[in-house]
Design a protein around this ligand. Structure first.
Ligand code: SAM
Length: 275
């Protein structure tokens, strides 16, 4: 009996396997890698070109913000060692947040950042931090209601495991999950959604991502921010461009919007009226 030919490897999964084989991308949610790979192959690219383009996309929208090798095991040991010493916590957390460009940029005005935002809000009992990076480490700076819950999502499974360990060490009622928010944003209603410096990243992958994400979130209040300096430090009118873009995204929303300007971040605090 003639042998049947070996099954052809799935071209999308071949690209995914090649991308995840590299140390820099291995912890990224495979379904996000697969969806980018599928888009690149659909453009008619070869396996090699699709691997390159997928890595490039993941670099631009996620890996570029990680300033080096993220030493999560060492960081966890440091957290466990320092946490009992209340005075040691803040310097350690600041040091860890410096390892992700987005939180690092916020460090010079971190106290003011959360005090100005929360001054506009009623007591917050639940937070959803979308595409969180290392921002959950700034939880001690957020004046939340006692017993508040914190739910954080991002695409790096190793970072998510570290954040869950942080919540445990700090005895905070937090939960972190690996999720691609382009297709799988948590649906639970919350008091506050944080969408910090994330819409431009998501819109690099999918132009309609910002409006779809905002439309899918069930939060009474939202804090949405945009970077107003590029990673290279240039300003290029980013504040005006993003302000206009965001105004268009929420054009038909019935919300009160307050704009807060920080040195390198433009913030919008959205408060829905009680029903
Ligand atoms: C500019 S950083 C902002 C991080 C954090 N929100 C902050 O402001 O400190 C963008 C974040 O989006 C995450 N990200 C990119 N694409 C994502 C996706 N499809 N789903 C979830 N997170 C994503 C990246 O891993 C990165 O942590």
């Amino acid at each position: 009996m003639p042998l049947s030919p070996p099954p052809q490897a799935d071209p999308i999964q071949s690209v995914v396997a090649a991308v995840l084989a590299s140390r820099k991308y291995r912890a990224i949610a495979p379904e996000l890698v697969a969806s980018i790979a599928a888009g690149e192959l659909a453009k008619g690219r070869s396996h090699k070109a699709a691997v390159k383009a997928t890595k490039n996309q993941l670099h631009q929208s996620a890996a570029v913000y990680q300033t080096g090798r993220m030493a999560y095991d060492q960081w966890l040991s440091a957290l466990k060692q320092v946490w009992p010493d209340v005075d040691g916590r803040e310097p350690l957390l600041r040091g860890l947040m410096a390892e992700h460009t987005s939180t690092n940029e916020r460090l010079p005005f971190l106290d003011e950042f959360y005090s100005r935002i929360f001054a506009l809000l009623p007591p917050i009992h639940s937070v959803l931090d979308i595409a969180c990076g290392l921002n959950p480490l700034s939880l001690p700076w957020m004046p939340l209601a006692s017993q508040a819950t914190y739910h954080a999502v991002d695409i790096f499974s190793d970072q998510i495991a570290f954040l869950n360990n942080f919540f445990r060490v700090a005895n905070m009622s937090g939960k972190a999950e690996t999720r691609n928010v382009l297709t799988d944003c948590p649906p639970e209603p919350v008091d506050l959604a944080l969408i910090l410096k994330t819409i431009p990243c998501l819109e690099q992958m999918d132009k309609s991502a910002g409006s779809r994400l905002l439309g899918s979130i069930r939060a009474r209040h939202l804090v949405v921010s945009f970077p107003i300096r590029s990673l290279g430090g240039r300003q290029k009118g980013m504040a005006d461009t993003y302000a206009a873009h965001f105004t268009a995204l929420i054009a038909d929303w019935d919300v009160q919007v307050t704009r807060l300007d920080f040195a390198n971040e433009l913030v919008f605090v959205l408060q829905r009226q009680p029903q």
